[in-house]
Design a protein around this ligand. Sequence first.
Ligand SMILES: *Cc1c(COP(=O)(O)O)cnc(C)c1O
Length: 471
Amino acid sequence: MSAIATLFQEAARLAAGFRETAFARHMPSGNYATSLAVFDEPLPGAGSDMLEVIRQLAVGAEPGLHATTGPRFFGWVIGGSHPVGVAADFLTSAWGQNAGNHVAAPAAAAVETIAARWLLDLLKLPAESSVGFVTGATVANFTCLAAARGEVLRKVGWNADADGLFGAPAITVLIGDDAHTTVFSALQFLGLGHDRVLRLPTDAMGRTDPAALPGALDAITGPLIAVLQAGQINTGAFDDFDRLIPPLKAKGAWVHVDGAFGLWAQASAKVRHLSRGIDGADSWATDGHKWLQTPYDCGYAIVRDELAHRRAMTIAASYLPLAGEGERDPSHYVPELSRRARGFATWAMLKHFGRNGIEALIDQCCASARLMADRLAREPGIAILNEVALNQLVVRFAVDRPDDESNAMTRKAIEKIQSEGILFAGGAKWRGRDVLRLSVTNFQTTADQAELAAESIITAFRSVSNDALLR
Ligand SMILES: *Cc1c(COP(=O)(O)O)cnc(C)c1O
């Protein structure tokens, strides 16, 4: 066997070994400090053998790896990094294509074209939209809002892409009070300011209040960008697009939707009612590395007006060939020039699941979330604080106690759950209270897995309740 084949096989063997045992472990045995200690040495003067380097990396990293790919990982909103996507990513790395333009990477550019078309079809978004393959929803929000910024100013005769924002007409940014923190970051990066926004009030689930919109719109003149949300990070709630988008469009607003995971409701007949009217927006940010299960990093910036998208992102230079009619330069839709060919893993996941498989995946996650919610809600002292319409759960413990005791018990239950390691989930604050957050975003979280996780949560809560009684 050649040296390359031996090396690649060893990497594949190590990767498979991790994946096969990761399902059993859910907490890493190490942490940042222990991982640092493993790798902390002065820059080596002499090099090392390739096979040895890869083995050392695997052995050194493993204690500090979270089993985020497993069926009972419910922390944050994390996809499963599906084996097919991983294998496509191996190839992507091995091929080493620079997906900046279609001449340097013809296959990468072409596969993006097809994957983009499939995504628009699957997510039921306007077929004329353009898709930028970005690192994730943060950069997707940034890219879409860059297009929005350019377009709302262009309409009043200002070229922001050329002349910047100094002296430009002011833009009003309307945003729901429970928008994701990365949207505020995107506004910050774009010179629109994370605090220089008009925040619309939200209801108990984090949905923008449509009744507050007319009054807000009356007071606004000039360029306007509105940011709506599909899938609130804690509750999974959706803004009411049917009621919000038409008045915003009538006012001339650019409507952007952060749908990092929630946009995928569009792919399922069972939950599509949640996102009704979402296709009336101007741009949408979503992730591949959450519900589509691609490996990190993978997100999509989708813009209805391709020209606005390209104006905001095109990188041109005499040494860079320009795409002609019917050709695609991936870099025209993203903030980067040189980058990995993200279309390959996306294509592989869409091809592997197919439309029906993705619908089944979304439905399985939602059903498992529902099952856990029902099981947990039957246990005295446990309450589900959100309407579990999608894949997110907000759980609170010892709800029959005063707020501060319930906070403390919730934190203790989370510690206990994490130390037992049967599942992983983390805490958050929701409406000022400590809660356990669960996100069901993994392709392997079947009903059995959800049942097991719910039972473990209940057992952990009973155990901390007993401790509290004994004290
Ligand atoms: C995850 C998430 C983001 C950020 O996406 P990244 O992929 O982490 O960049 C933005 N908005 C929402 C609602 C999210 O869930």
